[in-house]
Design a protein around this ligand. Sequence first.
Ligand code: NDP
Length: 257
Amino acid sequence: MALGFGPRSVVLTGANRGIGLELVRQLLGAAEPPQWIFACSREPDGERGKELRKLASSHPNVIIVKLDATNPVTIKEAATCIEGHLKGAGLNVLINNAGIFTDKELETLDPEDMLNAYKTNVVGPLLVSQAFLPLLKKAAKESAQDGLSCRKAAIINISSVLGSIESVPLNYSKPAVPYRCSKAALNMLTKCLSLSLKEDRVLCTAVHPGWVKTDMGTQEADLSVDESVRGIIGVLSKLGDTHNGVLVNWKGNNVPW
Ligand code: NDP
């Protein structure tokens, strides 16, 4: 059964493989597919962009946009390009999905490992959110709906339970210090954005996709990418005021910070 979703426009980072690519696929198959899916990738013309280019070639509502989450110039250029496509309309949903994982032992970690994780997983989502804020605020203003939702305007940060400090004793099988610290910071960024943008009526929620069989999650993971993304889209379609500034998993259950 096709899932309902609802927003008119969605921007997605890291859309060329893994969870991001599957989000594009399933959004296209949703009961109400977005009019615009801006699928961002840092190397859209390269080998890794092949699958996404194939999808876009048969779906005119998928627009591939170059965006490297660690490169402020490409972020600004992407925002300008997308604003042009929207022709005066606002942007309903931004999904900050791009991320990297570092799994070195504590003893061998160096400053670069920490900084790289922060650059992609925290500073990236911050810069991307800043760049798209005017368009998100515009969508919120244009909407006649009272409550917060993805149909109105939302920033969704794809985070991880590995960044949940309260969940650490249950999940400490992998130290992954840079990743855990960066996702904990992304969770805090989500909270800060949710408070700052409350008046503007832009929803901000962090989503844990589960442990998923992707290049990052490896084939040992619990969930297929199809299962995880099906869950995420179902959750996104139901998010409202009570989900502002919280971390939820792919089933829609709250995860402690
Ligand atoms: P993958 O490693 O399969 O894909 C990562 C995606 O992020 C790729 O599209 C990659 O692009 C992109 N990316 C990485 N760095 C940048 C950058 N600087 N700029 C733009 N794009 C970039 O990971 P998943 O699909 O599994 O993960 C997606 C999100 O889900 C991540 O935020 C991850 O932390 C989170 N997550 C994943 C879990 C899992 O089990 N898989 C569990 C919990 C959270 P490129 O191809 O160019 O490298």
